[in-house]
Ligand binder design. Structure first.
Ligand code: MN
Length: 298
């Protein structure tokens, strides 16, 4: 398929699969300057799904649903991971980074102590579909320098299992294939799984990781539970479970996300996520004083 395609795959064996704890359908919200979003991982789930703070799914062929984009806005204290299934979105930030996120591409931004950026559609018609995930930073890294990287679709490692399941490995590893981004502490796993009808897919997961899947096409089953289209399943943590087994009766597409919990206080005020209220007050003051993001220029 691409230069990132890997042919030799060490199958993940799963002896005891996790079950489904809960199915979540998400909330329809407007964000940015008026972009229609399904907020799948809401603030109420931040503790349960630590280290993940938010998952937005967007998908529309109506320009009015996305054309306003996300004009200039700040972030501090966490990482944003944007994954574009279809469409074109331009990113510009205060650290001098600029990139065009296109179909299949991933943009990973570590806001750290502060970034001001814009995320604007570079299309006036057609389909725009994808996800934005917010991944928390450990307390010790919240004020680190910002970091940013764009991966074209061809730079995201992919593989196909014997059962014909196509997998894109955005973060962590799957079946021995190492993904585009690795992170210490939160050890995120983020894979996009394309299952043909009748296929089964197994993914190893550390027992301590919080994990969930989101079905964006078709429907998959986990044990005896069905995870229908446009819904998320929180996967139960169990000390004796070593992964998860997905089965697709029909052709389906799913993202699977897992990470090691930080177990630190979470205080969010809009685009700032810190550990204490005082740190939030500081973030707002720094933003108002024009200090947020300026350090990146030095
Ligand atoms: Mn943003």
């Amino acid at each position: 398929m691409t230069s990132a395609t890997t042919n030799k795959v060490a199958s993940d064996s799963v002896h005891q699969g996790r079950g489904v704890e809960r199915i979540i359908h998400g909330q329809a919200v407007m964000d940015g300057a008026g972009v229609k979003i399904n907020r799948v991982l809401t603030q109420a789930l931040q503790r349960r799904l630590d280290p993940f703070l938010m998952l937005d799914a967007f998908g529309s062929d109506k320009a009015n649903d996305y054309i306003a984009g996300f004009p200039s806005h700040p972030h501090r204290g966490f990482e944003t991971v944007s994954y574009m299934l279809e469409g074109r979105m331009r990113h510009k930030d205060s650290a001098g980074n600029e990139g065009l996120l296109t179909s299949g591409g991933v943009q990973w931004m570590t806001a750290g102590r502060g970034v001001i950026h814009s995320e604007m559609p570079e299309q006036e018609a057609g389909v725009m579909e994808g996800f934005q995930l917010w991944l928390n930073l450990p307390a010790r890294d919240k004020m680190r320098a910002p970091w940013y990287r764009d991966f074209n679709g061809a730079d995201v490692p992919v593989f196909t299992t014997d059962a014909g399941v196509g997998v894109r490995v955005i973060a962590g590893a799957s079946h021995g294939v190492v993904g585009a981004v690795q992170r210490e502490v939160t050890e995120p796993i983020y894979i996009d799984i394309d299952l043909p009808a009748g296929a089964t897919f197994k993914q190893q997961l550390p027992p301590g990781h919080n994990a969930f899947i989101y079905t964006y096409r078709g429907a998959v089953s986990v044990g005896d539970k069905s995870v229908p289209e446009k819904s998320m399943a929180i996967l139960a943590n169990a000390a004796d479970a070593d992964g998860v087994t997905l089965h697709a009766a029909q052709a389906s597409r799913v993202i699977l996300i897992a990470g090691a919990p930080l177990n630190e206080p979470i205080v969010q005020y809009g685009p700032f996520v810190m550990n204490t209220q005082a740190e939030i007050v500081q973030a707002v003051e720094d933003f108002r004083a024009g200090k947020l993001g300026e350090e990146a220029h030095r």
